[in-house]
Design a protein around this ligand. Structure first.
Ligand code: MRU
Length: 362
């Protein structure tokens, strides 16, 4: 699924606020098939987020916002209080689809806050128009944040560098060029001599199915690694920087990201390789003190014992399948945001950089 300029887009809204719908690239089918699902109801968006058709923290924030516009299309009551109460109910439900990425609750909160500030005399159709305009703004702002992160991050990349990344943080994960991958695209455009090492990212293989695919399409040199090879390539001196994204960053800088990120951070510390988190300010949760308070999504055992349709474990074996882990702030060299670089990663520096930008989620 591409936009009119031919570039890959995970989400495209079609039509107006009254009858429009959301086209969602089905990322579960990549890299073999490029197909999309057409979401005409909140349920379609909820399922798409839960099943990882759309994934990546910023992208699910945008998807949630459009999902709430679809919810508003279903609300018939002309009464403002009824409208707000039903919209809030639908926002809470959408928010329950995936608990770790704070961008989802942040996007939904932007729409419910807007709805609660609307004059009671506003017609239902004008309410929907305003909600769609806000959802479009969230998407546009996310694309702009990706650009700004890329510019700030570029300076952190040496002229010749092997860069290790984990999961997918690119065009497929945002409304722009990505977080960590946006820095990589910028370095490639700036003619830096970079070689990306992409962890395959067990169990759902976002690194091999999505990152390797995305980078290959863009002509960025990429080498695919199984997750358990990172230590060896670091020891071989092939990695000069690690760049990852974030799903939720606590007030002290502890960062939740795809399971396996924490191990990479420990390895980077041991091998003296800088470990950078690249994330927009919408990924911060200043409502929580540290990483112990970040809700970690647990997913179905099937993803581990029968991933992609082939049994790879004995039936009924016990499985633990957390989708994210938390990297302690002390292992993070810097957090690159659209508002600047946070370094060293301390609560004080986070508050200074975020300033008035931070708004609570749902
Ligand atoms: O389970 P996923 O694929 O949604 O996990 C995505 C990640 O962990 C990304 O690294 C994170 O959302 C940052 S994306 C810009």
């Amino acid at each position: 699924m591409t936009n009119s300029f031919g570039s890959i887009k995970p989400l495209i809204w079609h039509g107006d606020a009254q009858t429009g719908w959301l086209e969602m690239l089905d990322q579960t089918q990549l890299p073999t098939t490029q197909t999309s699902v057409h979401c005409r109801s909140t349920e379609g968006v909820y399922d798409g987020i839960k099943m990882l058709r759309v994934r990546g923290a910023p992208a699910i924030g945008v998807a949630g916002a459009y999902g709430l516009v679809l919810a508003a299309q279903q609300i018939q009551s002309p009464n403002a209080a009824d409208f707000l109460s039903e919209l809030t109910k639908q926002a809470n439900w959408l928010n329950s689809s995936r608990p770790t990425a704070v961008n989802l609750s942040w996007g939904l909160a932007r729409l419910t806050r807007l709805a609660s500030s609307m004059p009671i005399s506003l017609s239902p159709s004008d309410r929907r128009n305003q909600l769609l305009a806000e959802a479009h703004s969230i998407a546009l702002e996310d694309a702009a944040m990706c650009k700004a992160m890329a510019q700030h991050g570029l300076a952190q990349i040496p002229q010749d560098a092997g860069i290790l990344t984990h999961c997918n943080t690119g065009i497929l994960a945002t409304a722009g060029e990505g977080t960590a991958l946006a820095v990589i695209y910028a370095a490639h455009r700036a003619k830096k001599n970079i070689q990306v090492f992409a962890d395959e990212t067990r169990p759902l293989l976002q690194g091999s199915r999505l990152t390797a695919w995305e980078l290959q399409q863009a002509g960025v040199p990429v080498t695919l690694l199984c997750d358990n090879m990172a230590a060896m390539v670091m020891r071989q001196g092939k990695i000069q920087a690690v760049l990852v994204g974030a799903d939720r960053i606590a007030t002290n800088g502890d960062t939740a990201n795809k399971i396996g990120t924490y191990s990479v951070a420990v390895l980077a510390k041991f091998h003296n390789v800088p470990f950078h988190v690249v994330a927009p300010t919408s990924s911060f949760d200043l409502g929580i003190k540290d990483g112990t308070q970040i809700p970690i999504e647990e997913r179905s055992p099937e993803e581990i014992i029968c991933g992609f349709g082939k049994a790879t474990a004995p039936p009924h074996v016990n499985v633990y399948n957390p989708a994210f882990d938390v990297t302690p702030a002390e292992l993070i060299s810097s957090i690159i945001t659209e508002a600047g670089i946070i370094q060293p990663v301390t609560s004080e520096n986070i508050r200074k950089t975020l300033g008035e930008r931070w708004k609570p989620g749902l």
